[in-house]
Design a protein around this ligand. Sequence first.
Ligand code: HSE
Length: 450
Amino acid sequence: MTIGIGLLGLGTVGAGVAGILATPEGRHPLVGELTLRRVAVRELQRPRPVELPAAILTTDPEAVVDDPAVDIVVEVMGGLEPARSLILRAIAAGKPVVTANKAVIARYGEEIAAAAAENGVYVLIEAAVGGGIPIIEPLKQSLGGNRIQRVSGIINGTTNYILSRMADEGAAYGAVLADAQRLGYAEADPAADVQGGDAADKIAILAGLAYGGPVQRSAIPAEGIDRLDSRDVSYAAQLGFVVKLVAAAQFLGTDADGTVQLDVRVSPTLLPKEHPLAGVHGVNNAILVEGDPVGRVMFYGPGAGAGPTASAVVADILNIAGIRQVGGSQAGLDPLLAASRWRQCRLVDPGLTQHRNYVRLRTSDEPGVIGRIGTCFGDQGVSIQSIVQFEAKGGAAAGDGAADSSGGGAGAAEIVVITHEVGEARFRAALAAIEALPEVVSVAACLRTL
Ligand code: HSE
């Protein structure tokens, strides 16, 4: 039985999918049953990495969805619209959808899931998170017997590629970003990568699956690497840490009505060098799932790029194709594959969360400064794990290109403090007191630490 595929988008991922479908030899036999019937492109005349018959190309994506020869709609065009409307149009027509679109799923996942349930079709999203790493289906199915305590990960390949090359080669941020774009890792607008929005979309999706309820994407605090100073990467390394862009969702408890309380965020984070995520380099992603009773399970692999992402898309197509082959459409939707939601989740006030911190202070270099900083932390009950002075100089502390002259005449220093785990509100109160000290020029950096 041949199954007709309609492809919305022939960019990096779309071309990867077309490439797999065109070369079924040596793959699962079901791949040979899939036929690319229509492909929506932005321009008809354009050099492409895959050769496709001109007759199946169209600039009208609705024509792909509506084509009676298309049984499964594969959305890899990206962006919010028209992608969302096309997905809903396919569902309304009773056609299952495979999408790699994390932005749409993170924002409109509930609307899409409700429409899919009403129409009895699957919408599968393995490619939306982690590129080639299977993480969506394991969260929906293989780990379903667990209570999930935490999902944390490096889930943006572009920023991990940039951070790895900056750390290893001392490479310049702009040049490495350009390489990431050339290699097809970055989003069309790389602001989503470097400012943390892409990782926030992905952790919203993972948290929703792990905790069984939608997570409000707009409430997730997200900080990227675009303001990260390379001296913090260097100081962290000297203290035994690696800086990574970490996205995490942590279970904190439940309300009386069963609503799950979560701390979900994206932030540049110091990881101890022995942490499982610390050894993830380049475009690779990794997701660490901590659950009861499974313990720690880590999923690792290439997180972006044509081949890995297309691998995940084709896996979803095969799932649907397999169900069609056994006539599964009459049996209703498998609740695990369809990812049913069974409770509500809410993000807690970030001021109520607890974590370790890295702080870099620019101060004057004179007797008693470290003591006074320690007192400010102590007054708020913040316990210090380590405090180190770097770069005492005769002049102002160099940093981020800004010359400070307000640090007093006794020279300038950079003091790095790592705290033990502490409530965010008490930590912020201590920082405010430190900032008010006359010897302190500025709080130059503040990073979360695992
Ligand atoms: N721009 C994304 C990344 C692509 O760098 O991870 C995969 O979602």
